[in-house]
Design a protein around this ligand. Structure first.
Ligand SMILES: Nc1ncnc2c1ncn2[C@@H]1O[C@H](COP(=O)(O)OP(=O)(O)OP(=O)(O)O)[C@@H](O)[C@H]1O
Ligand SMILES: [Mg+2]
Length: 245
């Protein structure tokens, strides 16, 4: 469904991604696993039109995808929840969830309908109560995370990209988000799940790609490697230290 092919990206002297190639299938939860600085968020930003590759090609449904701006990616069905929680602090929770939707629907959603819509999206996965009329900036970080997730879900994406979204969430919300991810994948949505937590990887993934130093060191079906083997591929030094106590 989606393929990145020989993608490279540098920031000055720093090589953030080097010749990265991964093929993603519709209806799967595809985990991107890697240590800090391994290039995960760079891949996320490339797949959202926030940064542009120095070289390489992206294919969508088998055809080269030439979109460069975030709007082109959104139009093609991508929705991304970034690692940095991007919220309009002075706007209500409802406004934050429906941000940009009027444009997508080519009409304004009536006021009465807005609140209902926002509540319905949140109800799909939020176990924590999120007050709809409060300025989003007043919410604790965990609730803001739920709001930006709701914004992505509201767009009904065919490709949903989640960059380290679970760090701030409490246990009940995290479990409910995982359930929703499985449900969406079951409906054919491709989910890119970015994490460095091994427990989440084994529980959730259909396929796994490991990034190390900007390189894709492997892509495989979940269950092929043990967590120890994955850790070794992701962080050989850490794995060695653990093995030697
Ligand atoms: N805007 C930027 N300017 C300069 N260097 C950058 C920029 N963004 C990322 N980098 C560098 O590129 C490399 C990859 O960063 P990236 O954010 O993709 O890693 P990551 O795997 O998402 O890490 P983390 O787990 O900490 O989120 C790192 O060395 C980082 O310092
Ligand atoms: Mg990151």
């Amino acid at each position: 469904m989606l393929e990145v092919s020989n993608i490279s990206k540098r920031y000055g002297e720093t090589v953030a991604l080097s010749d990265a190639s991964i093929a993603f299938r519709a209806g799967t939860i595809h985990t991107i696993l890697g240590e800090n600085g391994s290039g995960k968020s760079t891949l996320v930003k490339l797949l959202s039109g926030i940064v542009h590759p120095d070289s390489g090609t992206m294919f969508l449904d088998g055809k080269p995808f030439a979109g460069r701006e975030p709007a082109a990616f959104q139009k093609a069905g991508f929705a991304t929840v970034f690692q940095e929680v991007l919220i309009a602090p002075d706007r209500s929770v409802t406004d934050n969830i429906l941000l940009g939707m009027d444009g997508l629907l080519k009409r304004n959603i009536p006021r009465s309908e807005r609140r209902e819509r926002a509540a319905a999206v949140l109800a799909r996965f939020a176990r924590t109560e999120v007050p709809l009329d409060l300025p989003a900036g007043l919410l604790p970080l965990a609730a803001q995370q739920l709001v930006v997730l709701a914004r992505a879900i509201a767009r009904d994406p065919s490709i949903l990209i989640l960059d380290e979204i679970t760090a701030a969430l409490d246990f009940a919300d995290r479990a409910a988000v995982f359930d929703l991810m499985r449900e969406l994948a079951g409906q054919g949505v491709l989910i890119l799940f970015i994490t460095h937590r091994m427990d989440e990887v084994t529980a959730l993934s259909d396929r796994i790609s490991i990034l190390r130093g900007g390189r894709v060191v492997r892509t495989e079906e979940s269950g092929v490697s043990t967590p120890e083997e994955l850790l070794k591929a992701m962080a050989p030094q850490t794995a060695k230290e653990l093995a030697h106590g």
